[in-house]
Design a protein around this ligand. Structure first.
Ligand code: IVH
Length: 715
């Protein structure tokens, strides 16, 4: 199999050996730092490329594939502060493919020896930390990391702090094997990861490079109480040893385990559970039944085209799941067929990982510049040699603040790794130290704001520098484009470009001037490229914005630390702008959910004459200054767990979640037997099928609205 990304393999054995000798220690070290230290020295894509080169060398010169080659090892050697745990069945790794052709070739290879065409199970490849949970008579006996695949680290107490991990499996005794090793992936949910990293950056601490490192770090805490403070989650995706009946062997006895036994074997005993373990899909259903978490984004199919459609769909929608993924795993469903195919010492022949294109890449850091944002906060950003990361060209990447630049030891002239995840602004992960040129330059925060020349200040205890000039041109530009943004007044047509044009043309000088634009209709029409329709749209959008409630206006005012949640609390408590503007720090800090830092920031905003004048001017120009009527919601959804899949017309994902939670319900992302209802919008994912399979009620949008109102599920 020739790989276009790889250098040619030397035909000469000595040259091949020399290259192998070069690569082996680098890859061994990278694996150690990845698995044991949670601090990989290179991106996954870089690792994959070197790894593929090593495999190509060994394929061409099989004598290089000795037992000491890194390709003979599964994970990393265990060198750990945690007690060792010998897995009853080894935790293997997966072979990778990177193209449709190679995936098809693997499918052919896997199907070749089998009498019947296999059925395939497609799952997302979770970028987390592999874990093995041993349940003896339904009770969690041990949780262990993969380690070197044979022996892992015991982290039972740490894992028991996860909400997703049942200590005792639920269900009839007959459904519970006397012993089972379930394997899965522990991950850091993306939203929580981003919030945690933002807090670290705010506090001047080094951000985690990615959610996997954060999960690994959180799990490998000596004190489980520390792990308990992190919102780790789990998806189960496989099984190791299994004993259905009889007396459970001692899981700590190294002789106790055999390779996965045949569940139809008489000697194992047979409860009603036995049938569950004949296929992987059956195993996943069993997991959901007994309380083990399984991801809903799974497809079981006989059709090879659908396997590719699944890969293709999730490659385009890779940022949709609430957890980070880096590929798709395709598996043979039937366990008897799996036994027939067997495994190499490293990976099974019945499964393959299709790796998605990387979301990290390395590039040259040309310069570091700074930008003054809407609250006056100054953010350094990297200007990099343009590089494409999962289909998007990155030219700029954030560096957060001066402390981060120094904590990451990023210098101008370095080769740096940049990362793009979800909707988050691309960021610089760190430098590639081995490629640092001698003339790489250390960067320091400039003394003055580049937009207005005001000296920058860094308040005590703060990680960020600020420009305190309320008239700073860049600050006004950023404020204005935020003012019209979705979380603030949501003015259609008032984005960054229009904000810049209006300021440059002198049509507005501050935020309040937006509400006087209806008097400047002729001037707007004279703008280059503007037509009657665009002007009408903008003015109509502004008119609608006048009726927006107080919380949205507060978000639009660009007060530090004030986001939508805090704004809602303040608006609800004070009712109107005048009451809030005259409130003391103590009045505000007395509200549940408002801390002294936020209270101080709001009070300082209203202490500035210019800001109070701005608000008065908005009021005079017709802006509403009162809070939304208290919606009379109740706890009608108390005890219900609801999943939304697909696109709804009247709700964004967040609005649907808020609507459920504000009525006391639980908005969850995966469908299980415990889900009360699944709301299905346009282009639903596999969750709808899963709901059908599990007989969970399915609601359309109209029924969802009814449910929100009444709290009763349609019969
Ligand atoms: S099945 C015999 N399914 O990826 C190994 N693994 O790079 C069978 N992983 O070792 C593994 N998501 O830790 C499987 N849906 C998924 C997975 C998954 C993530 C991890 C797993 C594996 C590693 C290989």
């Amino acid at each position: 199999m020739s790989d276009p990304d790889l250098p040619d393999v030397p035909r000469d054995r000595a040259a091949a050996r020399a290259r192998h000798d070069q690569l082996a220690p680098v890859l061994r070290d990278a694996r150690y730092r990845y698995y044991v230290l949670s601090d990989p020295p290179m991106t996954d894509a870089e690792f994959d490329l070197l790894w593929r080169e090593l495999l190509a060398l060994e394929e061409a010169h099989p004598t290089l594939a000795t037992s000491t080659s890194p390709t003979a090892e599964v994970g990393a050697p265990v060198d750990s502060a945690f007690p060792p745990h010998r897995h009853l069945e080894p935790m293997l790794s997966l072979d990778n493919v990177f193209s449709r052709e190679d995936l098809a070739a693997w499918r052919e290879r896997a199907a070749g020896p089998l009498d019947d065409d296999p059925r395939w199970v497609c799952e997302l490849k979770i970028d987390g930390v592999a874990i093995s949970l041993t349940y003896v008579d339904g009770v969690l006996a041990t949780a262990a990391t993969r380690g070197d695949g044979v022996t892992g680290e015991t982290v039972t107490q740490q894992v028991l702090t996860l909400d997703d991990v049942p200590y005792r499996l639920v269900g009839d005794d007959a459904d519970i094997p006397s012993l089972v090793e379930v394997r899965g992936e522990i991950y850091y949910p993306l939203e929580a990861f981003e919030a945690m990293n933002a807090e670290r950056v705010e506090a001047g601490e080094a951000a985690f490079a990615n959610p996997r490192n954060a999960a690994s770090g959180a799990l490998r805490q000596k004190d489980p109480a520390v792990t308990a403070t992190r919102p780790l989650s789990l998806w189960i995706h496989g099984m190791g040893a299994l004993q259905l009946g009889g007396t459970a062997p001692d899981p700590e006895d190294p002789d106790a385990g055999e390779a996965t036994p045949d569940p139809t074997d008489e000697a194992l005993g047979s409860g009603p559970g036995a049938a569950a373990f004949a296929t992987h899909a059956g195993f996943l259903d069993w997991c959901a039944r007994v309380g083990l978490p399984v991801a809903a984004e799974t497809l079981v199919t006989d059709d090879a085209d659908e396997v590719w459609d699944f890969v293709d769909h999730w490659t385009t929608h890779r940022h949709e799941p609430t957890y980070e993924i880096d590929g798709v795993v395709v598996k043979v469903d039937d366990l008897a067929q799996r036994r027939q195919l067997g495994s190499t010492s490293r990976a099974p022949r019945w499964a393959i990982a299709y790796k998605m294109p990387p979301i990290e890449a390395t590039t040259l850091l040309r310069d570091i510049e700074i930008n003054t944002g809407r609250t006056g906060r100054v953010t350094p950003f990297a200007v990099v040699e343009p590089v494409t990361v999962s289909g998007v060209t990155i030219t700029y990447a954030t560096l957060h603040n001066e402390i981060q630049v120094h904590a990451k030891d990023v210098r101008i002239g370095d080769t740096v790794s940049v990362r793009r995840a979800g909707d988050v602004i691309p960021e610089v992960v760190g430098p590639v130290l081995s490629e640092r040129p001698d003339d790489a330059r250390t960067w320091h925060m400039p003394a003055e704001c580049p937009s207005c020349g005001t000296p920058l200040v860094r308040p005590e205890g703060e990680a960020h520098h600020f420009c305190e000039n309320v008239d700073c041109p860049n600050r006004i530009l950023e404020s204005l484009s935020h003012f019209g943004g979705r979380k603030a007044l949501d003015i259609e047509g008032l984005g960054y470009k229009t904000a810049k044009l209006l300021l440059d043309e002198g049509l507005v000088a501050d935020l309040a001037d937006v509400f006087a634009l209806d008097r400047r209709r002729e001037d707007l029409l004279a703008l280059e490229g503007w037509k009657e329709k665009s002007v009408d749209n903008l003015l109509a959008g502004i008119d609608r914005a006048r009726a927006q409630p107080l919380d949205r206006l507060l978000v639009g005012l660009n007060i530090r630390h004030l986001g939508p949640t805090v704004a809602k609390l303040l608006a609800r408590s004070f009712g109107d702008m005048s009451a809030l503007a005259t409130a003391s720090v103590e009045d505000m800090a007395a509200i549940d959910g408002i801390g002294p830092v936020i209270a101080e920031a709001v009070a300082s905003f209203f202490a500035i004459d210019r800001n109070r004048e701005l608000v008065d001017k908005m009021r005079d120009l017709g802006m509403r200054m009162t809070a939304e009527e208290e919606a009379t919601t109740s706890d009608v959804l108390d005890g219900l767990s609801i999943v939304v899949t697909g696109t709804l017309e009247g709700f964004s994902r967040t609005e649907a979640k808020d609507a459920i939670e504000s009525r006391g319900g639980k908005a969850t992302s995966s469908v299980s037997g415990r889900t009360s209802a699944v709301v299905v919008g346009d282009s639903p994912g596999s969750k709808a099928d899963k709901a059908r399979d599990l007989d969970v009620p399915i609601l359309d949008e109209a029924q969802f609205v009814e449910l929100l109102d009444s709290g009763t599920l349609p019969t």
